[in-house]
Design a protein around this ligand. Sequence first.
Ligand code: FAD
Length: 424
Amino acid sequence: MAERYDVLVVGAGPAGLAAAQAAAGQGARVAVLDAQPRAGGQVWRHDVRHAPSAAAARGIHDGLKPPIEWLAGTSVVAAQGDALLVQTPQAARWLHYGNLVLATGARELLLPFPGWTLPGVVGAGAAQALAKQGWPLAGKRVVVAGSGPLLLAAATTLRAHGAHVVAICEQAEASALRGFAAGLWRWPGKLLQAGRLRLQLAGVPYRGGTVVQRALPAADGCLLRAVGIAGPRGTERLACDMLAVGYGLIPNMELARLLGCATQAFGAHAAVQVDARQHTSLDHVYAAGEACGIGGVDCARIEGAIAGLAAAGAAVPAGLLRRRGHARAFAAALRRTFALRPQVHALASADTLVCRCEDVTLGMLDGHADFRSAKLATRCGMGACQGRICGAALAELGRFPHAGSRPPLFPARLSTLAHAEPAS
Ligand SMILES: Cc1cc2nc3c(=O)[nH]c(=O)nc-3n(C[C@H](O)[C@H](O)[C@H](O)COP(=O)(O)OP(=O)(O)OC[C@H]3O[C@@H](n4cnc5c(N)ncnc54)[C@H](O)[C@@H]3O)c2cc1C
């Protein structure tokens, strides 16, 4: 018999957990699934050494409280009608829904520059995730670079796990950062958080208007040993064992695109378009959190609660809508402050690898009018990450807009693909 839920939530981050809690509170039969084995999404990712914050523990507990069904380690790989094909490490099956909430979150934007494929260079959020999973960092010299508040969060986690954070190189100009800080009084919770981060990062230089131009290998040419940076003081070389670099976040759009949800521009990228009740352009499909644009954990929670109520057919209190407006205003201020400068777009040269899965350089893409043509001729975007990294980078660099999604969304077993039709 087919499994059917009144409300099926994809993503057990802050948005999905809030949606599940709100929908279950209305008496709906709710399931929340996530590709990860533990709930929490990115910001509440499990840390092997440190206990979760009170907010994370409460959010996870309330979002998975029975009778909500928690489907851990479950990836959505395809969709048809009112059903999703999901895969666990053991099996595959179709899940049917009355209403679907997409809370698929965001991922880091990684941009190519000379040396970015050297061992020792990782994404800023990836470095944070590695630290939380127990990657040995004690005494390692780490440069954190790129753009956005995630750099501060990542640096804090790395330090808490014993790394020596050499510097945080933020591409946004110092004047923009000062203006942003001066306006934080409008969001007292964020002001408090910023003060806490400042204390936790005491002694770590935070350098505005500074970009990493290249990652430099040791004499044997293998491992990272230093980075070349450019900023208001000119160019410098910083010795390090690890570079954690990311240029902000972009929405995870694969499932929304596969379903056919209308999208809206999010810089050079896209986000799911929703109305006041977090309803997408499709009947029975809602979306919440960073899939709708990058807004931070508070915005994700509020949008999740609205989507959960709406998906369960309940009224949405005006207070929640007001709080979402306030949270989105913070998101807009973040976007203005951390908008990428042209210097960042010019870091890669013709011989810089852009598709690291298939060894394709930026110069090899010259003359191709779109991503499809580039793929056919060079295999760009056809490797293990399926264009998740290079596709986003090329969109950001203004080369090609991001292409659509095709099933399977994640690498799938042949036995999974054999479940081609949903049971009714
Ligand atoms: C790498 C990284 C690190 C971050 N660290 C911080 C931080 O330290 N502090 C902070 O304030 N903010 C951080 N953020 C921002 C943070 O993501 C948000 O503020 C908040 O977590 C957004 O919540 P969300 O529920 O929208 O998405 P997320 O927390 O991203 O949750 C989305 C979930 O959906 C799941 N998912 C996506 N697609 C599928 C699919 N097809 N099948 C199954 N599951 C799927 C993912 O596994 C994920 O768990 C980070 C973001 C990233 C990308």
